[in-house]
Design a protein around this ligand. Structure first.
Ligand code: ZN
Length: 99
């Protein structure tokens, strides 16, 4: 499902695990922050840090680093794992333009 979230901040508990304070948001709100139209087929997050910025969820397949593609418990014996990260929209767009 395509979604927009707003990440208000994060906390780190006594075990060193990061907990994000994410709230549901809307494309319209993200567009008002970034000042341009966004693609309804993509997932976005409005991150709060030094000011607000809009990031896009970028996902890709990669060879499993636990087994170098041979298959292990971590990758479900497929040798491939899905990776995902939030990239600023400008960077995600620049990456697509370069393809
Ligand atoms: Zn593996």
């Amino acid at each position: 499902m395509r979604t927009v979230i707003e990440r208000l901040g994060h906390s780190i508990d006594h075990q060193g695990i990061i907990h994000y304070d994410d709230r549901p948001s809307t494309y319209e709100k993200a567009e008002s922050v970034i000042g341009k139209r966004l693609d309804r087929r993509r997932n976005y997050a409005i991150l709060h840090g030094d000011g607000r910025k809009v990031c896009e969820l970028v996902t890709w397949s990669a060879q499993c680093s636990g087994c170098d593609g041979g298959g292990c418990k971590e990758c479900g014996y497929h040798g491939i794992i899905r990776r995902a990260m939030w990239l600023p929209v400008e960077l995600a767009d620049a990456g697509r333009d370069a393809l």
